[in-house]
Design a protein around this ligand. Sequence first.
Ligand code: MEV
Length: 317
Amino acid sequence: MAKASAPAKAILVGEHFVVAGCPAIAVALDVRARVEAETLPEGGVVEVESRELGKQTFGAGSLPSSPLYPVYVAVREVLKLAGASIGLKLRIESEIPPAAGMGSSAAVAVAAVAAVAKILGLQLTSEEVSAAAYAAEVQVHGKPSGIDNTVSTLGGAIYYRKTEGFRKLEADFSPIRFILADSGVQRSTGELVSRVLALKARRADILNHVYEAAASLVETARGAIERDDYAALGELMNINHGLLSAIGVSNAKLEELVYAARQAGALGAKITGAGGGGMILALAWREDAERVARALAGISPRVIIAPVSQEGVRIEH
Ligand code: MEV
């Protein structure tokens, strides 16, 4: 038996724009998905079980209709790398709210890859773990940028660009806290990404400027993070929220949450992830975090104060 866990993520700046090749910055959060793997006597089958989604058995020719199928896709990648065809049973337990912008599918895939690699005695690089999880992300989201699986694998703060890969950012996050508040609306990242790309194609003359502004905002945010200038980062998050509204992924509930966080003293607040529902992300000084969380708790079904996880995927003993 082997067990691995991987962290959730929150995108600080650059979601959606990152799909079209702009940079983005995300942090890993200490809210984790755990996957336990054990071998089965029967070769060629992969049984996947989660409390929320039930149990499903996959093998050659399985159809991708089950929500657990992407986990099988990630596992298949590891089996391919190992040249193995053993049977496996995987049990998923996740603290990460699904379909909320916190990268739950990527964290589950990353943890599954690490647990299966461990059971096979296969030493994978971070890039290989992330790439196997990316295959699952393609199943879930259609055209993902790859930022979710990268951050969940590596932990910490990551500057990411599809064409260039990632760079870890050195930052001291101890003076601040991230607060996440759920809009209570689950949504599909894949659908939102397609909707945004369609708008970009239809209004290219206008939206190209918005994408350029987003790219330059992310570069400025990188400087702010490297200088530990959180007042500047908060302001940039607010501007980023405006750009996300411009590409059509905000709604009345998300605006209500964002403004409540700012009024309660957050340095900045914005949609995080695909938008359309899911979570908002607020940044606050450590001593203000409880006040911001209390203001949000009155209007949100779930509020989380999450520290940054410097650690990415890990084997659990
Ligand atoms: C999803 O967490 C973030 C998006 O930018 C999609 C992606 O990067 O694949 C909306």
